[in-house]
Design a protein. Sequence first.
Length: 293
Amino acid sequence: MLLQAKAELEENPLVYKYVLGVMSVLLVCFLVIAGSIWLFKLVESIYVDYVARKPLFRHFYFKLNDLTPGQRQILESNFKFYKRLNLKEQRYFRHRLHKFLNNTEFVGKEHLEINDTHRVLVSATAVMLTFGYRDYSIGLVDKILIYPTSFYSNLDKTYHKGHFNPAYRAVILSWEDFMIGFKIEDDNLNLGIHEFIHALHLSYLQTEFKNDVTSYLFLTSLKELQTYINDNPVYKSKLVNSNYFRAYAFENNFEFIAVVVESFIETPQDFKAQFPELYKKVKQMLNFNFKGY
């Protein structure tokens, strides 16, 4: 069929030349775009490695979406991080929040009826943690399950306040405990932050999500942070004995970074004053160059 079409075109020289010209232009455009993308990635990788540990830019959108008036009121009334941002950053934050809300399934468990307060506050927590990145998706999350209170897990036969299930691609939360962590802003306990950091960490460790500057920044900075602590036993002992980080932080590396980020978000000035080296690494890891940090 293709040979027949080619023969028919060749019988009409003008049409043949036109089609050949169009195909040549498309090929050139493809090569230019592919080459530009490759060159940009090369330049950015050099920039991240040798100039500054951050992406060349964080925001680029063809169209900015926005929240409904009701959703915006919930965000503006309740979310401290959002209120610290300047007007341009707030506009970008609402766009990202809109995307997260529209790409994520929310499921109420044990007869809990999901409303905009659930959806906005949980989603805003996720958006906050990735706001320093250009690629702000969390690859292993497409569902949020919310229970009224702590819930029983058949996997380990115990009750949980929160959990991340990568196989189910779900963050699971107790609303009661999420709100306690949300309302008490300076106790370094925040269930939403804790579980979304687990989701980010595991997403970036997955091969399909780790070939970009975002995962590179997170994982490289995390490795530097862990190496610094492990190579300095006196510093590590200071961390353990400080009482600034709760004991759960030292269960394993996954819990450590989740607890550390809770503290970084909730009490940044205390963190910076007590552990400036560690604070600097976490700030670099999240690319968190915002007011108050």
